[in-house]
Design a protein around this ligand. Structure first.
Ligand code: SIN
Length: 547
């Protein structure tokens, strides 16, 4: 049984705020939802660091959307399902590809500017797409441009209040178990805040930091999934973590993302002998992401792997990939003339808080969107550049749904159910800030275990050991209000969930590859995993709308 709260607290020590809607997270899903909902309601957006800091800001490749004459939502649908390895829900994928174009148009209306060629929107290709359908901005800084536009738009609205430096500790519920807000730590003042709302939207992003090597920024520690789980919401498909095939591999440098669009524009993967080792694989360098990542991983047993940009041509490299070019140059590699050493890194969580096609979770008044949510669109392996689209489409559908469901009255602090009997009351700031464990050491151990045993290649022994260790450590007391350590506690919880789900799935599918069960077994395993707070237990539900 998991803890209900990350640490003990009492109602009397909390400073109370309220709004109609509370949005946690400020990436594409959080801000787009907040802006749209602010047309009808007063919204508070809380974010862990600064408003711009999220996975969205780091997205390079772009947004996949079927707008070209040669393309269609049906082709986009088919590509998404094929990449998802039998685990996409056709119903939500259909919604994604059909509602995507109007959401992207609305995003452009909010100020996002995408690259154009002769006045027309420029489209590139990425792995496993049958068409050129990826919109991009500033060459390879799509996420930065999207975030810039949404931040500016949110700041214009008098109905949106933004709180930075707010770490969500846990969700708050009333006596019926309905979610009525969130308990939040204000990093600047050190105070605990209670943010009450008629509905809460979790849009807190991913969890790449759970792994030793990741393309994700430091904020991606799985907080939203952990708070949802502690409050009793279901998580789904947590064994499916996507490893991006190409991140920069330089000793001591972070694994900076090298966009798939680089291969989409013609770059080759080569080994130490200069050979194109993907040449005989269907799709070559543009095979689905899980296949390319595993091929690189295996090749790395023999030596280094490089991404050779030179087939793209110098002019095109500078035009399309200015950020990648400059970043690599800062690390001493000129991609115009020299192949770049690359390796896979944890990149995206396909699973997350289980939602229906309107972003509703299993808990009343709690919605989720973006990477922290799982509505079945990504299956076992997300199609490149479908994630920003997912944030838009399902963010918009939350707003559609909320309109009908929102209560007239805001909840009051008296309604908050804080079962004192379940808590070991600590009460004072002083006591809570005592560090009882080596947070940094623990974080590193989690990251190493996850990378070594729950990474690109998995097996029974490694998964069992990791799940058991993490579940045991999770029972420790995290009596601290240091945000780094609270994040580590969340990483421990979501790491244990991933390891347990991966241990239970005895087959290989998409990004989940078991060396001891290397085959995809549809008859037994074409189903979603679900976990909730009863001791990480895994149960299964059918893929909805599958043939
Ligand atoms: C990339 O640019 O390769 C990342 C795009 C994505 O993760 O969808």
């Amino acid at each position: 049984m998991l803890k209900r709260y990350l640490f003990a607290w009492s109602k009397s020590e909390v400073k109370v705020f309220d709004s109609d809607i509370l949005v946690l997270g400020s990436g594409i899903a959080g801000l787009y939802t907040a802006i749209k909902v602010s047309e009808h309601f007063q919204v508070t957006v809380l974010t862990k660091k600064t408003i711009e800091k999220s996975n969205t800001e780091h997205a390079q490749g772009g947004i996949a959307v079927a707008i070209d004459e040669a393309d269609s939502p049906t082709l986009h649908f088919e590509d998404t399902l094929r990449a998802g390895a039998g685990l996409c829900d056709p119903l939500t994928v259909r919604i994604l590809v059909e509602e995507g174009p109007s959401c992207v148009e609305e995003l452009m209306g909010m100020g996002a500017q995408f690259d154009r060629l002769d006045g027309e929107l420029a489209l590139t290709r990425e792995a496993a797409h049958s068409q050129r359908r990826i919109l991009h901005a500033l060459g390879d800084a799509t996420g930065w441009e999207v975030e810039r536009a949404l931040v500016a738009k949110a700041k214009e609205s008098s109905n949106v209040t933004v709180g930075e430096g707010r770490f969500v500790v846990d969700l708050l519920e009333d006596h019926k178990g309905d979610i009525i807000g969130a308990l939040v730590l204000n990093e600047t003042t050190g105070e605990l805040e209670g943010h009450l709302a008629k509905a809460v939207v979790l849009a807190t992003g991913g969890l790449g930091q759970v792994y030793r090597y990741t393309t994700n920024p430091s904020v991606a520690t799985g907080d939203g999934m952990a708070v949802a789980l502690r409050a009793g919401a279901d998580l789904m498909d947590m064994e499916f973590v996507q490893f991006h095939p190409t991140a920069l591999l330089i000793p001591k440098a972070p694994r900076f993302l090298i966009s798939e669009a680089v291969r989409g524009e013609g770059a080759y993967l080569i080994n130490s002998a200069g050979l194109r080792f993907m040449e005989n694989v269907p799709g070559k360098e543009l095979a689905p992401r899980d296949i390319v990542a595993r091929a690189i991983w295996q090749e790395m047993n023999q030596g280094s792997v490089y991404l050779d940009f030179r087939p793209i041509g110098q002019k095109r490299i500078l035009e399309r990939f200015p950020t990648i070019y400059q970043t690599c140059l800062n690390y001493g590699i000129d991609v115009l003339s020299t192949p770049l050493p690359v390796a896979p890194a944890a990149h995206y969580m396909m699973g997350g808080i289980a939602t229906n096609s309107y972003g509703e979770t299993s808990l009343p008044n709690l919605y989720a969107a973006g990477e922290c949510a799982c509505n079945g669109v990504h299956g076992a392996n997300r199609l490149a550049s479908n994630s920003l689209l997912d944030g838009l489409v399902f963010g918009a559908r939350i707003v559609e749904k909320m309109g009908d469901k929102i209560e007239a009255k805001r909840p009051s602090w008296d309604e908050v159910h804080c079962p004192e009997g379940n808590l070991k009351h600590i009460g004072t700031e002083m006591k809570r800030s005592v560090r009882r464990f080596d947070g940094q050491g623990l974080r590193k151990r989690i990251q190493d275990l996850m990378w070594d045993n729950v990474g690109i290649l998995r097996n029974e022994a490694g998964l069992r050991k990791t799940a058991e260790l993490l579940m045991a450590w999770e029972q420790d007391d995290f009596s601290t209000c240091c945000v780094d350590d609270l994040e580590t506690a969340n990483m421990l919880m979501v790491g244990a969930v991933i390891a347990k789900a991966a241990f239970e799935r005895k087959e290989s599918r998409g990004a989940h590859f078991r060396s001891d069960y290397p085959l995809r077994l549809d008859e037994l395993w074409q189903k979603h995993s679900r976990q909730h707070k009863e001791g990480y237990h895994v149960c299964y539900v059918p893929v909805s709308g599958a043939d």
